[in-house]
Design a protein around this ligand. Sequence first.
Ligand SMILES: C[S@@+](CC[C@H](N)C(=O)[O-])C[C@H]1O[C@@H](n2cnc3c(N)ncnc32)[C@H](O)[C@@H]1O
Length: 496
Amino acid sequence: MSNLMSSTTSKIMLMATRDYCLTINPSTTRVLTFNRRLTCSAAATPRLVPNPPDLIKWVRREGGFVHPSVRIAESDPYGLGLIASEEIPKGSELIALPEHIPLRFPVNDSGGGDESYSNLVNLTRYVPEELWAMKLGLKLLQERAKTGSFWWPYISNLPQSFTLPIFFPGEDIKNLQYAPLLYQVNKRCRFLLDFEKEVRREVEDVKLQNHPFGGREVDASSLGWAMSAVSSRAFRLHGVKTGNHSDNIPMMLPLIDMCNHSFTPNAEIVQEQGSGDPKMLVKVVAGMNIKERDHMTLNYGCLSNDFFLLDYGFVVASNPYDCIELKYDGGLFDAASMAAGVSNPNFSSPSSWQKDFLSKLNLEGEHAILKVTLGGPEVVEGRLLAALRALLTNDAESVQTCDLNTLKSLSVEAPLGLANETAALRTLIALCVIALNHFPTKIMEDESILEKGVLTSTELALKFRIQKKSVIIDVMRDLTKRVKLLSSKESLVSQS
Ligand SMILES: C[S@@+](CC[C@H](N)C(=O)[O-])C[C@H]1O[C@@H](n2cnc3c(N)ncnc32)[C@H](O)[C@@H]1O
């Protein structure tokens, strides 16, 4: 079993990574040179300036509402957060921001013909759609560079640095031990290094008054700071509704973005547009009674740890939405199946009806999506389960007459018979063993490194890979239970 596995482990992860890591760690590259000081404050989460203006007062002064019992406080280990100084009843309005407070880009009034604004818009041409945070990040950098920016009271309260993996030293990017995330981190680092060059080229001959960043130098680390500030704090909300149309627009929501994340949040964001008034009000409302000293939390989304780490710089322990990615690969699946004791699996040479079925699942053909997942609420991605069930049977008719959703569902027990189900589940367990063996270290080793005390970036990388391994172990446990149940049913059937 182990020989078979070692010959196939290199195929397990979805995307190959190069064995080098790019890094834009500000300690090893140039740092943004703004004339505003970028020194640390004494607080646990240093902000852009040591004693930034009072954000709550600023929001109120600008016509916003902040509940009298809402305070900004250290929310260890999450940085700053919002805390209730007294009990707040369910349904209470906590914060309301009038339309001019959120920071968005492009702005509704197209910048009022300002050339520095159009130069900024011009730079967004280089930003791929998936990196939308960089587009809004450009606006944030522009405002950060502008003397007397309306948003300075907000921007000066932003963290000075972020714990996203694009800032990890190369060694800690490798320490993630998980190819799909390494690939994304390298891609983002490469983009930032290339984008730095494009920005330099675009602004070199621009007159000072039209310069998008007021003549200040912008490099990969400052671009990375802005992209991280946005990805870790912005919310995608509706813009102003025109007729029936309303877009999903990323916005930075001052003060609201001091709320930390929870999958069981006690607050929620609500958007309101008055009937005769096109202006949009963004509110946070208490979703339940909030006790004195409780932190106010929002749900950032039902995301895997890949997204939490990549975009927000943290890892959620026992995250029910965490999963691992595998590549649907005939050779690998044959090996796993044989390791699981299935005789003559034909994943690498499916019959023509099986190929048709794989095409239906989008696992075959020119535009096939071969990325499949284990873990998360589904435990086994439906497409993967249906493929295994169909490829481990010769009974074309049963597959063709069975409802596709049934074949994709793990809760529908043995739709193609007990033996077929056992073979499919055992193959999945063998795949889990291969995936687990692919990690160079064991959870216990990772935990003992953590106990010694390490850099924040190393800690995050270790926690991330521990969680990935735990996902695999949880899937194995779940599937093993199901196999046991099936074999007890099988023996009951054979006895009767
Ligand atoms: C929208 S901001 C929240 C305010 C932030 N704590 C601060 O100091 O400004 C999101 C950031 O808060 C931290 N954070 C929020 N929720 C967290 C959680 N559940 N676990 C760990 N860190 C969290 C992460 O650093 C994340 O990037």
